[in-house]
Design a protein around this ligand. Structure first.
Ligand SMILES: Cc1cc2nc3c(=O)[nH]c(=O)nc-3n(C[C@H](O)[C@H](O)[C@H](O)COP(=O)(O)O)c2cc1C
Length: 181
């Protein structure tokens, strides 16, 4: 008898009756253009960690809440459950290498030679970004194969700059003159 997990991560007791989607969700999400962020944090020992994330959105203005969705199997998911804080660093157009580094390089080498400072929440804040949102984790929810980390913003900074974009599994930049301001 087949069994599986439902959307909120709980075990299904009986047979799964849901029809299989004809296409993978990724096949449509690839056409949803997004910015690119690096989510950074640190353990109590001070050891930094982080990963590239596009699954980021604001949730509430009052209180100021954001969320990031992190694959359950990534090492960042278990580390974030321990650190209970993170900083969303919004990458600028010249930071493709940083996105690659935080998605491809071995976890221990991602901060090597990187320009960053430690903010007052204790998270690494990467230099040259468009802005950052420094958070404490206020809710952790496992949903399917990802974990949603809701963060309350304790410190925010922004600078006007061209963003790094991600569309159709490739990096993209705004067309010249495309920045509204
Ligand atoms: C553009 C881009 C966006 C990504 N977005 C996410 C994301 O939203 N959530 C996620 O869990 N992984 C995302 N990844 C994949 C992680 O960055 C990658 O799996 C990373 O190696 C995980 O690190 P870890 O296993 O050391 O925690 C993305 C990768 C790229 C290149």
């Amino acid at each position: 008898m087949p069994s599986g997990r439902n959307a909120d991560g709980g075990r299904l007791s009986g047979p799964t009756s849901k029809p299989k989607l004809p296409v993978d969700l990724r096949n449509v999400m690839r056409y949803f253009a997004s910015g690119v962020t690096v989510v950074t944090s640190a353990l109590d020992t001070g050891e930094p960690f982080g990963l590239t994330v596009t699954a980021f959105t604001s949730v509430s203005l009052d209180p100021p809440l954001v969320l990031v969705c992190i694959r359950n199997e990534s090492s960042a998911a278990s580390l974030l459950k321990k650190s209970r804080r993170y900083c969303v660093n919004i990458l600028s157009s010249g930071q493709k290498d940083i996105s690659d580094r935080f998605s491809l390089a071995g976890e221990s080498r991602r901060f090597d030679g990187l320009e960053y400072r430690v903010g007052r929440v204790g998270n690494p804040i990467i230099g040259g970004c468009i802005g950052h949102i420094d958070c404490k984790v206020v809710r952790v929810t496992v949903l399917g194969d990802h974990t949603v980390f809701v963060g309350e913003a304790l410190d925010i900074q922004a600078a006007r700059a061209e963003p790094l974009l991600y569309l159709d599994r490739k990096y993209a930049l705004l067309a010249p003159g495309g920045h509204p301001g």
